[in-house]
Design a protein. Structure first.
Length: 353
């Protein structure tokens, strides 16, 4: 069977990280995000092809994924001539579907038994199955109301402050029969959440909901991007390299050079060829990407640094995400901010008044 990953969005809420790096391949620890989704799809056993539905910076995605060793799944890159929206993108892929398809938002990480979802879809004789997740604050998502038998009754995309007594949201994972995809007009931007799903409800199609209580997150904001790292390090989303290690592990690559007199606090992740100099402190929930350099007595905590960042002596970082190749000068104090690739933060003691 085929799976479609909707991976064409601009990732606006994750800017400036996504200015040069489309959201589906932002690194989580040291792996492009999409690989975690492929892990899940591989476990289904019957998925033989994954269609990557692309629009924003498709070449970067194709280049990166194409350069990886065998992924165990055939990948088809499908690039829309213009953003077709979440349903238009699926319609655009229709010619490549032959049977029941699994469809995934390209920015959700879920611990989910997809085999059980498929089984549920088949047992219910559904034309569409949507995975729902109960959350505390559903206002920023698609809210889905179901009846006692799990039939979808109402779909309200981003209800905002509307008062609603339902907390199950669209988890961005669907199983759909290709036969109903002809409802989506060809060559027209179309939304699955605002148009296609509400129409299925209105027309009484067999549209059912599978409620999942496992781990789930949409990585599309800086806050959730940081949160997912924390969740992996704490074992809430079990995946390597933390899954097989004790709580609070220090994961330090073999080629990283940690000088004497450095304080490392777990859990943290230090990638290949990182250099950390004497007197520096790497606090818990920190990720240092490949080839980052941390100067003497610098202090970094709860921060994620993409590859090739340089942190000067005595600089201090907390709750920060840095894109690739940033330079934080000695003595700079940076907190609670997300900075894009190659940002330079000057030494405050040398800044002219
Ligand atoms: N190919 C393609 N073309 N993909 C697109 C397009 C497009 O025009 N527009 C968006 N996408 C992809 C994005 O890359 C993302 O992976 C996915 O579709 C969902 O888009 P988002 O922009 O991230 O939507 P959202 O997070 O605001 O809301 C959606 O996800 C929520 C769960 O995370 C909705 O599906 C909500 O109903 C849902 O609750
Ligand atoms: Mg999203």
């Amino acid at each position: 069977m085929k799976a479609i990953l909707l991976a064409g969005g601009k990732g606006t809420r994750l800017r400036p990280l996504t200015s040069n790096m489309p959201k589906p391949i932002v690194p989580i620890l040291n792996r492009p995000f999409l690989l975690y989704q492929l892990d899940l799809l591989r476990r289904v056993g019957s998925v033989d092809e994954v269609i990557l539905s692309l629009n924003y910076q498709p070449d970067r995605i194709e280049e990166l994924i194409g350069s990886l060793p065998d992924l165990g799944l055939k990948i088809r890159y499908l690039v829309e001539p213009q953003p077709m929206g979440t349903a238009g993108a699926i319609r655009f892929a229709l010619d490549f579907l032959d049977d029941t398809a699994i469809i995934f938002n390209g920015d959700v990480l879920a611990e989910l038994d997809l085999k059980a979802v498929l089984q549920f879809h088949r047992t219910r004789g559904a034309n569409a199955t949507i995975v729902l997740k109960p959350v505390e604050n559903p206002s920023a998502y698609g809210l889905v109301e179901v009846d006692q038998d799990g039939n979808v009754k109402r779909f309200i995309e981003k209800p905002g402050n509307q008062k609603l007594d339902c907390n199950t949201i669209n988890a961005g994972v669907y199983v759909i029969e290709p036969s109903i995809l002809h409802r989506i007009p060809k060559d027209t931007p179309w939304s699955i959440e605002r148009s296609f799903f509400p129409a299925l409800v209105d027309d009484g199609e067999r549209f059912v909901a599978y409620v999942s209580t496992g781990y789930w997150i949409d990585i599309g904001t800086p806050r959730s991007y940081r949160q997912v790292h924390r969740d992996i390090m704490d074992g809430r989303f079990p995946t390597e390299p933390f899954r097989s290690r004790p709580k609070g592990a220090l994961v330090v690559a073999a080629s990283a050079k940690i000088e004497d007199g450095v304080t490392l606090e777990g859990p943290c992740f230090i990638d290949e060829e990182v250099v950390v100099k004497t007197g520096a402190r790497i606090g818990a929930y920190t990720v240092l990407g490949r080839k980052c350099e941390v100067g003497n007595n610098a202090n970094i905590e709860t921060s994620i640094l993409w590859p090739s960042c340089a942190i000067g002596e005595q600089a201090s970082l907390s709750d920060v995400v840095l894109g690739q190749g940033c330079y934080i000068a000695p003595n700079a104090v940076v907190s609670e901010v997300t900075l894009g690739d190659k940002t330079v933060v000057p030494d405050p003691s040398k800044t002219a008044d």
